[in-house]
Design a protein around this ligand. Structure first.
Ligand SMILES: NC(=O)c1ccc[n+]([C@@H]2O[C@H](COP(=O)([O-])OP(=O)(O)OC[C@H]3O[C@@H](n4cnc5c(N)ncnc54)[C@H](O)[C@@H]3O)[C@@H](O)[C@H]2O)c1
Length: 336
């Protein structure tokens, strides 16, 4: 699905990324029907790349990419990334496949671990065969319940290895270690963005606990109570999708990012209760705020130190929380 808000935002991404590094190149986007993956597919096609998206549609949605399916530069392969084979010599592999929300990965912990472990090894082998640049979507969750906030990449993390979130956190940590090993042993060109909560048009709004931004907007616009877990004092940093996509694209093409792990996120730290109140204010809804018990191992604070992103690629996120929230609410309220 393409609409005015998304086209305007893509134009801004294009201006921020600039250059022709993707023109006539072959790119593979795993998880291409998902939230971030579909934005990347749009941006890459716009930049003149030939894009193959691979997605098993477990959480992705065809409607995120149906406008691309008639474009000769775009192809969707419905497959589990763990089984994906290709003879195409991809210049870039952007490996986004994964179960990103606690509501999803806690129901599918084994598939979540397999996608991070087997799927990432599969992508590393494909990249090694073709000498591709491999960008892997890691996460702020590798820091667990961080003791240093804003969190720099040098912080090793505080993760419960057997808790309810471990399938996701430890899966991503394994994938990071695997890719560092591929870099060291085979000289593979790997780049590892650690993405902090990203949001915007196409973010799924289903689920009970994860994806607070889209869930709150849905609850507010349908006059349901807004469900806050815990006292709402826990914080997150919300990065608008165009900023996330710009960061990922710059890290894919800038040679300074080779072999690096880099935080991608917005540095404005917001409490979940503040988010609930802002959503109420922006949507002008009458929903009440309802408090539920905080799930186990929920991180208390999350905010990236983005100095490394700025130093390596000369860029930092630009869309404020207020502006991004307004755009997202508008998009959700115009959605058919
Ligand atoms: N959205 C965020 O805030 C955020 C934050 C940190 C990291 N990430 C990471 O970024 C990536 C994209 O996240 P998203 O928010 O777009 O999630 P998403 O669920 O919208 O997209 C993930 C896509 O991967 C697909 N997928 C899952 N397992 C697969 C498999 N085994 N084979 C093929 N396809 C598979 C899903 O169908 C979906 O389309 C994920 O790896 C996630 O862990 C996202």
């Amino acid at each position: 699905m393409m609409d005015n808000i998304i086209s305007e935002d893509l134009e801004k991404t294009k201006n921020a990324v600039k250059g022709d590094a993707f023109a006539e190149k072959k790119a593979l986007v795993t998880g291409g029907a998902g939230f971030i993956g579909s934005w990347l597919c749009d941006a890459l096609v716009d930049f003149g790349a030939d894009v193959t998206a691979v997605d098993d549609l477990s959480t992705g949605r065809i409607k995120n990419i149906d406008h691309l399916t008639k474009n000769p530069r775009f192809k969707l392969v419905k497959s589990d990334v763990c089984m994906f084979e290709s003879k195409v010599k991809f210049d870039f592999i952007l490996h986004m496949a994964g179960h990103a929300s606690p509501d999803e990965y806690q129901v599918h912990p084994i598939e979540t671990l397999q996608t991070s472990a087997v799927g990432t090894e599969k992508m590393a082998e494909l990249a090694r065969k073709n000498d591709s640049t491999l960008l892997f979507a890691s996460t702020s969750e590798v820091y667990g319940d961080a003791e240093i906030v804003p969190t720099p990449e040098s912080y090793w993390g505080k993760v419960n290895p057997v808790g309810p979130r471990s399938c996701y956190d430890e899966g991503k940590r394994f994938a990071e270690a695997l890719l560092m090993a591929y870099g060291k042993q085979y000289g593979l060109d790997v780049r590892v963005p650690r993405i902090f909560n990203s949001y915007g048009p196409r973010l799924r709004e289903d689920g009970l606990y994860g994806r607070a931004m889209s869930r709150f907007i849905l609850q507010a616009t349908t006059n349901q109570p807004i469900t806050v877990y815990g006292d709402g004092k826990q914080t997150r940093s919300f990065c608008y999708i165009t900023d996330t996509v710009t960061g990922l694209m710059l890290l894919t093409t800038n040679s300074k990012a080779k072999g690096e792990v880099v935080n991608v996120g917005n540095t404005q730290e917001v409490s979940i209760l503040e988010l609930a109140k802002k959503v109420k204010e922006t949507t002008k809804c009458k929903s009440t705020i309802e408090f539920h018990p905080l799930p186990k191992d929920d991180p208390k604070r999350r905010c990236p130190d983005t100095n490394k992103l700025e130093r390596l690629v000369g860029w930092k996120p630009t869309v404020s929380f207020e502006e991004g929230l307004k755009r997202t609410v508008t998009w959700f309220s115009q959605k058919p």
